[in-house]
Design a protein. Structure first.
Ligand code: F0G
Length: 353
């Protein structure tokens, strides 16, 4: 039996995206990611249903591919030959992949020493020009915006509205899979583009009668990088979740609108809470995500512990793969390893048999 090829975001969601006949229909098979029911954390939280949207199943291992495919296609339509972004790692991996696929030059600005090794390895493999900036992600984004204003290079950060358009398709997929929008959506917040995109998607789904509900948007920042929660930019953001180590999010106001219009909240979770959720997702659910992704589950656990998480059907967005950050995996879990000689007795002894 043969299976239909994956359409990709542009072909699958053409009717809700800003495409024209001239937009090249590029794809790496992004989108259509699994929505998987929780087997353990759902019970702990006491909600009726908990679902995980596995965005690590995208081609470069994070949700960024949904928006990048649209941003790169639209940039090509406008005649661009080069793309540029600032990134904590995943945006750059995605930009580099689509640029390689489409014969464009990719240049990426990353905060030096603050990007998980797997993400840098991706940028290297795809042949991007990598500029390690001596500063924060926020510094790098200001520089990238300025460069793009003065040079013929397309900026593919989420300040580019085409990125938001592509990323909103995840909300459409969730409504399609569940037959309606969930009661609440939990999502990590960094530069705040993704919470903005999901809210746009859910709002459109309700307008188009794909959904009867609007979910409460529950966004979670890392406590050491929580400018929206604290109400002011953070000059030196710090967190183990390097993907969301951001002190001055570009989509700050749209994220607050998503929170307020949906009756939701944006809260902070500590690194300890993030790493606990990270460990629990792996050990109790079989889901190996990167630390930033675990912030969504850490946040749900925090609200549940405070008695402020209402029941109903909840979706947690797991934004990226644990394989991107093997260093955190190795330093925050105790490996259960034994050595054995290449003999049956040796292996049996090591296995405790
Ligand atoms: N989760 C992961 C794995 C991310 O890489 C990011 C952002 C977020 C969550 C937060 O999403 O920024 O839209 O609020 N990563 C960006 C990057 C900043 O450069 O890869 P956001």
């Amino acid at each position: 039996m043969s299976e239909a090829p994956r359409l990709g975001v542009l072909a699958r969601w053409a009717e809700v995206l800003p495409l024209t006949p001239e937009t090249p229909r590029i794809t790496l098979g992004e989108g259509d990611t699994p929505l998987v029911r929780s087997v353990a954390i759902e019970r702990e939280l006491g909600v009726d249903e908990l679902w995980f949207k596995l965005e690590s199943s995208n081609p470069t291992g994070s949700f960024k591919d949904r928006g990048m495919v649209v941003a790169v296609a639209k940039a090509m339509e406008r005649g661009a030959q080069a793309v540029l972004c600032a990134s904590t790692g995943n945006t750059s991996a995605s930009a580099a992949a689509y640029a390689a696929r489409c014969g464009l030059q990719a240049s990426i600005l990353v905060p030096r020493g603050r990007v998980a090794v797997g993400k840098l390895a991706q940028a290297v493999a795809f042949g991007a020009r990598i500029v390690e900036v001596e500063g924060s992600f926020d510094d790098a984004l200001v520089l990238a915006r300025t460069v793009a204003e003065t040079h013929p290079i397309a900026l593919v950060n989420s300040v580019n509205p085409d990125r938001i358009e592509g990323q909103k398709t995840a909300a459409y997929e969730i409504c399609e899979s569940l037959g309606d929008a969930p009661d609440a959506l939990a999502i990590p917040v960094g530069n705040a583009g993704n919470i903005t995109a999901y809210w746009k998607g859910f709002t459109e789904c309700a307008e188009r009668d794909f959904a009867t509900l609007h979910p409460r948007m529950l966004g979670f920042q890392a406590a050491g990088a929580a400018p929206i929660v604290g109400g002011e930019p953070v000059a030196d953001p710090r967190t183990v979740a390097t993907a969301i180590r951001i002190g001055n999010p570009a989509s700050w106001q749209p994220a607050e609108r998503a929170r307020d219009e949906s009756g939701g909240r944006i809260d902070a979770v500590t690194d300890e809470e993030i790493l606990d959720a990270y460990g629990l997702l792996a050990s109790a659910e079989g889901l190996f995500v990167e630390p930033a992704s675990a912030a969504s589950v850490a946040g749900l656990r925090k609200l549940s512990g405070q008695g402020t998480l209402r029941g109903g059907r909840v979706v947690a967005v797991l934004t990226g793969s644990g394989l991107k950050d093997p260093e955190t995996a190795e330093s925050h879990a105790t490996p259960d390893v034994a050595r054995a000689g290449a003999t049956l007795e040796g292996v049996e002894r090591a296995l405790g048999l």
